[in-house]
Design a protein around this ligand. Structure first.
Ligand code: PMT
Length: 380
């Protein structure tokens, strides 16, 4: 956990209970974090007897990982009999508690009551998973997966600028079948759209994600609807958009589908074959025609004349914002973890977002979306 936090750029300090130091030495954490480890009880020989107060003041998130039944009970009751429990009382920033213990201990009503009590005081509890436990038994009690804990920390540190809002995001490619084994599609992995959905969830929105076929891990806490074709995506998006406050269309929808779909695999025949295509519905344009009070945000994947093409799409599709994505640039567009985009507004304003991770780009885009004036059209 400490290693992962450092890798993610978090300034990480470790505080340990005396019992924890019997499992792993403070020196290990000191070497890992490059910071002194706080684990003493109060001692008049300490150089800084107020260390728990100064550490509490600079703590932006306190993560108890793993949280034993003992520390949970002490935190729930406000007991402060060592450095860590005293720190817990002095910290006013978010506390993320990650229980890990034997299944019967975890299911004990006292532990459950203490966890509820902690939640009542505003702590975030990352529930343990099910599986083989250190004690040899099986069941709930296993420390949550680290990415889940990281996500809880990110969420706790994010201002809930979308609280009470419903957000719909579309992501990934569509697949237009030619026959049972062949299809027309594109290289979209869904990463950009998934990052948009994850960030909206962190900001407190109820998030629905309509995704084409991808293998990218689903964002946590988001309702995912899987689709294959543009026609399926249209149906899912139109259904979910009804009462959405914001619709973000990051999906790379196939503009055309084969006119005919063969029931059996097409056999090799002539030297030349022609595939007839018909236009797919333009989902975003349809939403733009019946916009109501939804904010509509589109993406434009371009390889030339980025601004002109993106602006045209923004106007034709009646959008509040378009994310212009020059997918020919290294580090941008399809199937990479980073992106470079320009945000175009109907007013003519253009914001540049330089090369960043898709997660950071998503944060920057949402920072702009939450500032947009609400459309004043009739409710649809
Ligand atoms: O998924 P990744 O691998 O992370 O890649 C990210 C991305 C490159 C797919 C993403 O950043 C992006 O640019 N998405 C838009 C891709 C696209 O198809 O753009 P477009 O210019 O063809 O479409 C313009 C807008 O209309 C898009 O919001 C699109 O979702 C929408 N559209 C397009 C066609 C159609 N039939 N219906 C639509 O709703």
């Amino acid at each position: 956990m400490a290693r992962l936090l450092i890798k993610k750029g978090a300034d990480t300090e470790v505080a340990m209970t005396a019992n924890a130091t019997r499992f792993i030495t403070p020196l290990t954490f000191q070497a890992l974090t490059g910071r002194p480890v706080s684990c003493r009880s109060f001692d008049s020989s300490d150089e800084d007897v107020m260390a728990h107060i100064s550490l509490a003041a600079r703590t932006e998130a306190l993560v108890i990982v793993p949280a034993t039944a003992n520390i949970i009970a002490k935190m729930a009751m406000g007991i402060a009999d060592d450095f860590l429990t005293t720190l817990c009382l002095a910290v006013t920033s978010p506390k993320i508690v990650c229980p890990a213990m034997n299944v019967r201990m975890f299911q004990n009503p006292v532990v459950q009551e203490n966890l509820r009590r902690l939640q009542g005081f505003g702590a975030i509890v990352v529930m343990p998973g099910c599986g083989d436990l250190a004690c040899g038994e099986t069941g709930p009690g296993r420390l949550a997966e680290l990415p889940e804990i990281i996500e809880a920390i990110k969420s706790a540190l994010t201002v809930k600028s979308l609280a009470g809002k419903k957000v719909l995001v579309s992501a990934g490619p569509t697949r237009e079948m030619i026959d049972p084994v062949r299809f027309i599609s594109n290289r979209s992995t869904g990463k950009m759209g998934f990052a948009m959905a994850a960030e909206a969830h962190r900001r407190g929105a109820r998030v629905f994600l309509v995704s084409g076929p991808v293998t990218t891990p689903r964002p946590m806490g988001v309702t995912v609807v899987e689709v294959t074709t543009a026609v399926e995506m249209r149906q899912a998006v139109l259904d979910l958009a009804q009462d959405a406050d914001v619709v973000v269309k990051a999906a790379a929808v196939s503009d055309y589908a084969p006119a005919e779909q063969y029931a059996q695999k097409v056999k090799k025949g002539l030297d030349e074959e022609t595939l007839r295509l018909i236009k797919n519905p333009d989902i975003l344009a349809e939403l733009g025609r019946h916009k109501g009070r939804r904010l509509l945000v589109g993406f434009a994947a371009e390889t030339e004349d980025l601004l002109a093409h993106a602006r045209e799409k923004m106007i034709n599709k009646n959008l509040d914002l378009i994310v212009a994505n020059d997918v020919s640039r290294p580090g941008a567009g399809f199937a990479v973890d980073t992106n470079i985009v320009k945000l175009l507004y109907p007013s003519g304003r253009i914001d540049d977002i330089p090369l960043k991770s898709k997660e950071e780009v998503a944060r920057d885009i949402w920072d702009r979306i939450v500032e947009l004036p609400a459309p004043r059209g009739p409710i649809q």
